[in-house]
Design a binder for this molecule. Structure first.
Ligand code: ADP
Length: 167
């Protein structure tokens, strides 16, 4: 039976850290669904449609290389509900540090209590991309810093556009 994974996140914007997790998750599943969270009250800088288009573009090489089908969708409720809707038995999350660990394991356990049929798989961040956080990338970009080491070119362009004053 085909194994489907669901990787939820804000991806605001997608970083090389996310791409590392996606590439490694592709070794564990046959299909991977990326869930772009669009929750009320959680304001994103980059529009959901743009975040989806970016994820589709930058994950294409991973899909071509591994043969794993990667699709992108939005969700606005619980990750377990979105995983089930997408026929995924596995939720993928990345762990950078102890802060991620505490939060992610607690959330994974609560999700496990709500949906015992869905397993959360945590992938430890790779050393080269472990320090990357979308929130810091946005702060650096706002202050005119160089973010080329942290996010793909397509995401840099979308971020620059989103930060441009609209007048
Ligand atoms: P969320 O709002 O759900 O935290 P993010 O897009 O910030 O959305 O992160 C989505 C997932 O990717 C989380 O599990 C997070 O820990 C993981 N992640 C983010 N950045 C990295 C990174 N540099 N390395 C590994 N995992 C990461």
């Amino acid at each position: 039976m085909a194994r489907t994974g669901f990787y939820p996140g804000s991806f605001d914007p997608v970083t090389y850290g996310h791409l590392d997790i996606i590439a490694r998750a592709a070794r564990l599943v046959d299909k991977l669904v990326l869930g772009v969270g669009v929750h009320h009250g959680k304001q994103a800088l980059i529009q959901a449609e743009t975040r989806i288009a970016l994820l589709e573009q930058v994950t294409k090489p991973i899909s071509e290389h591994t043969g794993v089908k990667i699709t992108v969708t939005t969700f606005d409720g619980l990750a377990v509900d979105a995983a089930r809707k997408n026929h995924a038995g596995i939720i993928i999350r990345g762990l950078r540090d102890a802060t991620d660990f505490d939060y992610e394991v607690q959330m994974g356990q609560m999700n496990g209590a709500m949906a015992p049929d869905i397993e959360t798989v945590f992938l430890a961040a790779s050393p080269a991309t472990r320090m990357i956080a979308s929130s810091l990338v946005k702060q650096i970009a706002k202050m005119g810093g160089d973010i080329t080491l942290f996010i793909p070119r397509e995401a840099q362009e979308a971020l620059a556009k989103a930060l441009k004053p609209s007048h």
